[in-house]
Design a protein around this ligand. Structure first.
Ligand SMILES: Cc1cc2nc3c(=O)[nH]c(=O)nc-3n(C[C@H](O)[C@H](O)[C@H](O)COP(=O)(O)OP(=O)(O)OC[C@H]3O[C@@H](n4cnc5c(N)ncnc54)[C@H](O)[C@@H]3O)c2cc1C
Ligand code: SF4
Length: 332
């Protein structure tokens, strides 16, 4: 681990000022919240900031459910949100995604803001022994293309990076049209989560649309996402403490036994949390008849590109959609 200084500013404005001067993305000055991702990356020498600015005590940690919907303060922990009675009752897919993430110890420490900004699990990104990784060292190449790429993405990839966004929470939230509230030196703004993460293109090191110094202050979920029949299906190599190979977040508005409206997002397959509007459109008005669901789910493969080891994900993600819709649709 490289040496760094830890700053504990007294208020958020002081934190913003410290961080803003350092620029965007993997800057010499970085925020730290729960530290569960940041500390791993420091230990592995993947990130080498000179200074960390602690957000501890500076951000809202409240969880509020009201007529407008759900508001999660950025400092609320994964464990607190997963256990919150109204989240469990009205937005169960969020609790499911969280309880299927990491371990109890990590969930006790990790925050909402940090979760959305956790870095990819691409093994070449996390091992500085590999020279070529455009996300870690811009312009150095991509070891995963032509290398071991079982864990990598099939949607939203570029010739420069095929890394998966690893957040389970973000998949559930993007299906529910969540919005990220951001504060920064230039003021506050709201960003739909669907637009928050960037596609890799030719700048895979630029992962979000956050400007220098901007901080996530809260996440909101609109009220119309409450009470939908939903399911978060996570396919992984072992039953716990493992990232998704493929996941599907499904929330259904049912009309008797038919689907009035479906909201569907995928994890483990995209370079960002991946909403599939073409599948949603095809499912609107459909029954839960398996052949019809399979036909609609097949549309998720539009534009998908495997790299060899991960080709299986293209079929698996379609099956995950069908299974998750069947489970959500069968709920009462
Ligand atoms: C062993 C292990 C297993 C895991 N398994 C899973 C899993 O199955 N599914 C899953 O989704 N996740 C998993 N995770 C990842 C975990 O969810 C994240 O590490 C955690 O959510 C990060 O939150 P944090 O508060 O600790 O962030 P930190 O590590 O403190 O920060 C992460 C990043 O976010 C930035 N940051 C933090 N808060 C803010 C903010 N409010 N505004 C702006 N920037 C901010 C930091 O600068 C840093 O770049 C796992 C982690 C571990 C260690
Ligand atoms: S897929 Fe992205 S993160 Fe992985 S090695 Fe290639 S450039 Fe790096």
């Amino acid at each position: 681990m490289y040496p760094f200084a830890l700053e504990r500013p007294r208020d958020l404005n002081a934190a913003l000022a410290l961080r803003a001067q350092a620029g965007r993305n993997d800057a010499p000055v970085e925020y730290i919240a729960g530290g569960t991702d940041m500390v791993q990356l420091l230990q592995e020498n993947v990130r080498r900031p000179e200074k960390l600015v602690s957000l501890a005590g500076l951000l809202d940690d409240r969880i509020e459910v009201g007529p407008q919907g759900l508001r999660l303060g950025a400092a609320a922990t994964m464990a607190e949100v997963a256990a919150h009675a109204e989240v469990v009752e009205r937005f169960p897919i969020i609790a499911q995604a969280l309880l299927n993430s990491a371990s109890p110890q990590v969930r006790n420490q990790a925050t909402m803001g940090g979760n959305l900004l956790q870095r990819t699990r691409c093994p070449y990104f996390r091992d500085v022994g590999y020279v070529s990784c455009n996300k870690r060292v811009p312009g150095s190449g991509c070891s995963a293309i032509g290398g071991e790429n079982r864990w990598n993405a099939v949607l939203g990839t570029s010739e420069n990076c095929i890394a998966v966004n690893p957040s389970d929470l973000a998949v559930a939230l993007v299906a529910l049209d969540a919005v990220v509230e951001v504060g920064g030196p230039g003021g506050d703004r709201s960003i739909p989560l669907a637009d928050f993460h960037r596609l890799p293109g030719d700048t895979p090191h630029m992962e979000t649309v956050l400007e220098a110094g901007e901080v996530i202050t809260a996440i909101t979920v609109p009220a119309d996402a409450a009470g939908l029949r939903s399911h978060y299906l996570k396919v992984r190599d072992r039953a716990s403490f493992e990232f998704a190979v493929v996941s599907a977040a499904v929330a259904l508005d049912m009309d008797g036994s038919g689907i009035r409206r479906a909201r569907i997002a995928l994890g483990g397959v995209g370079t960002k949390p991946w909403r599939v509007p073409q599948v949603e459109t095809a499912m609107a008005g459909a029954s839960l008849e398996p052949a019809r669901l399979r036909q609609a789910a097949a549309l998720a493969a539009e534009g998908a590109q495997g790299q060899g080891h991960n080709d299986f994900k293209i079929e698996l993600m379609q099956r995950a959609i069908v299974r998750a819709v069947e489970i959500a649709g069968a709920r009462t």
